[in-house]
Write a protein that binds this ligand. Structure first.
Ligand SMILES: C[S@@+](CC[C@H](N)C(=O)[O-])C[C@H]1O[C@@H](n2cnc3c(N)ncnc32)[C@H](O)[C@@H]1O
Length: 271
């Protein structure tokens, strides 16, 4: 994410100048970065062409159309890379019967994760996105999605702050791909804890992040595992993903069926 921010800030010429300042190795690293960037865009555009949608172009938080105060705690809009997404969902499918589950995407962006999830037999698929420009694009994408593999047709996306999302009633697969950080992440996790404490039900939480090794996964793990509601299923290594600029990491947690009601706790790590 930081790399993207730097690219956006300096532009092509600025980055070249910067690389010259760094010497031969800097020039090499900058060239490598642009090659990777071009490859990622090519893969993501190919996905869009095949499926008749528009998800590929990344956006910085400054381009998100929202006056929500949490805009400053948003990550960039980046579409979920395909290999990583399908790798995680295929692993989870070994544990869960998706026909009983609602897939929920926190920070749905242009809807790519919703579209990819629609190729699995979920009962329902929903997402929450707070930027009106992305929400509108996601709605168009859902309406125009073409896939012979599509198994779920009940797909929607709501325009709302993820902090305000009320979880659906039944069994859920909660999906987060590097959406936000700090207190927003803390509040979303706390809402999940409260909902499951009040209404215990089978739930999976899947968190994918990039910017490895500076990923927030371990911070999320510390909070979630302290609740005693979930058991972690570590994913040691993700396959290489040509749709990802940075190395990815992913983990999922499955709810403990026997979990009882826990006392309320705050999330000091995210304050
Ligand atoms: C990395 S993108 C993920 C997009 C999508 N989930 C996917 O996998 O293709 C993160 C998204 O989270 C959204 N976001 C950030 N903070 C949010 C908030 N508080 N409420 C709702 N959406 C938020 C951003 O606008 C951005 O679209």
């Amino acid at each position: 994410m930081q790399t993207l921010r730097r690219l956006g800030r300096r532009g092509f010429k600025g980055s070249l100048k910067h690389a010259f300042g760094l010497g031969i190795s800097g020039i090499w690293r900058t060239g490598e970065l642009y090659r990777r960037h071009a490859r990622v865009n090519w893969h993501n555009r190919r996905y869009d062409t095949i499926h008749g949608v528009n998800t590929w172009r990344a956006l910085a938080p400054g381009d998100l159309e929202t006056d929500n105060a949490n805009k400053g705690l948003s990550e960039n809009y980046i579409p979920s890379p395909e290999n990583t997404f399908h790798f995680m969902l295929s692993l989870l499918e070994l544990e869960l019967d998706y026909t009983d589950f609602t897939f929920v995407d926190f920070g749905a962006g242009k809807g790519k994760a919703l579209l990819m999830a629609a190729d699995y037999p979920f009962k329902k698929i929903t997402g929450v996105e707070f930027a009106s420009n992305l929400h509108q694009i996601a709605r168009n994408n859902i309406a125009h999605y073409k896939s012979r593999q599509q198994r779920c047709f009940d797909v929607d996306v709501v325009l709302e702050d993820a902090c305000k999302l009320i979880l659906p009633e039944g069994q859920c697969l909660l999906f987060l791909y590097a959406p936000f950080f700090g207190p927003v992440l803390g509040k979303v996790l706390e809402n999940i804890r409260q909902s499951l404490t009040e209404n215990p039900r089978q739930t999976a939480l899947c968190f994918i992040d990039d910017d490895v090794p500076d990923s927030t996964i371990e911070q999320v793990a510390a909070t979630v595992e302290e609740w005693g509601l979930f058991t972690r299923h570590a994913v040691t290594e993700l396959p290489p993903d040509s749709g990802a600029l940075m190395p990815m990491a992913g983990t999922f947690w499955l709810s403990n069926w026997t979990a009882g009601v826990l006392p309320a706790r705050s999330n000091p790590d995210f304050n």
